[in-house]
Write a protein that binds this ligand. Structure first.
Ligand SMILES: N[C@H](CCC[C@H](N)C(=O)O)C(=O)O
Length: 277
């Protein structure tokens, strides 16, 4: 069968977006992995599958798959691209969009300048929310990795994040510590790994080694997790500009149970059709 899709990107975090509201298809894990490969397929960090909602109060449901085929709970840059997609495809004319995800409901606002603002929900620091194997909730957790003693902040944005403070993201050992932390046994469902350099109370630089996809040019939930952890440690104050390799995100958080609000771009790259066997 022929499957229509749109390639999109948010700060270089790139997505294959599929409308299963007007198309019928089932994508098996091995097909997702093949489509994720730029040589045998399309190439993407995540696949976003748009479906009708289960809850009639919501506008859509969308599912998120990493390049390795694993389904995940939340995707910040993907949420913005989802909102842009459903309007571009005329699946909705709304500017305020309510969507179901595996990590819970999200509300998104498509703004006049094309940027999208997302209510990302409240961060959760309790280890069990990730899950992370620890006896207590604390701003920083000691963790031994390859004989190295680290102190990491752990945050759930629906999906799990470990945040490591570094002096300089350009020289941070992302290629070594990213995979080692992603697969660390104290994260039973693996983890996204953020490397955060604090520039000032309102500005950080961030690189993210993503669970199931490797280092990406940007990670929205990773940016939210880094800001939440930095504010909790008293290093940052809202609002915070997050400089990622693919560009900047603006994150606001009033603390406590308040939602993190993330604003950033969402761009369409091309439309295509792919043969599914
Ligand atoms: N790129 C996404 C995060 C995908 C998270 C995924 N790698 C996971 O396993 O949780 C973002 O902008 O938030």
């Amino acid at each position: 069968m022929l499957l229509h899709f749109t390639k999109m990107q948010g700060l270089g975090n790139d997505f294959m977006v599929v409308d299963l509201v007007t198309q019928r298809a089932h994508l098996a894990d091995d097909q997702i992995r093949q489509l994720a490969d730029r040589r045998f397929g399309i190439g993407f960090d995540q696949l976003l599958v748009v479906e009708p909602p289960r809850d009639p109060e919501m506008d859509f449901r969308y599912r998120i798959y990493n390049a390795d085929g694993s389904e995940v709970e939340n995707c910040g840059n993907g949420a913005r691209c989802f909102a842009r997609f459903v309007r571009d495809q005329r699946l909705t004319h709304k500017r305020e969009i309510h969507v179901e995800t595996a990590g819970g409901p999200l509300t998104l606002w498509v703004e006049d300048d094309g940027r999208v603002r997302v209510d990302m929900g409240a961060p959760r620091f309790a280890p069990g929310a990730l899950p992370f194997d620890a006896v207590e909730d604390r701003p920083l957790h000691p963790l031994e990795v390859d004989g190295e003693h680290l102190e990491v902040g752990v945050v759930s944005m629906g999906n799990p994040h470990a945040v490591l403070r570094v002096d300089d993201v350009d020289t941070a050992p992302v290629e070594r510590l990213g995979p080692a932390l992603e697969a660390h046994p104290r994260f039973p469902r693996r983890v996204n790994v953020g490397f955060m350099q604090v520039i000032s109370a309102h500005e950080i630089r961030l690189r993210v080694y993503e669970r199931g996809s490797g280092e990406t040019l940007a990670c929205g939930t990773g940016a939210c997790a880094a800001v939440a952890s930095g504010i909790r440690q008293g290093l940052l104050e809202s609002p915070v500009t997050v400089h990622l390799r693919g560009g900047d995100l603006d994150i606001e958080w009033a603390g406590g149970d308040a939602s993190l609000i993330m604003t950033g771009p969402a761009e369409r790259v091309f439309d295509g059709r792919v043969v599914l066997n």
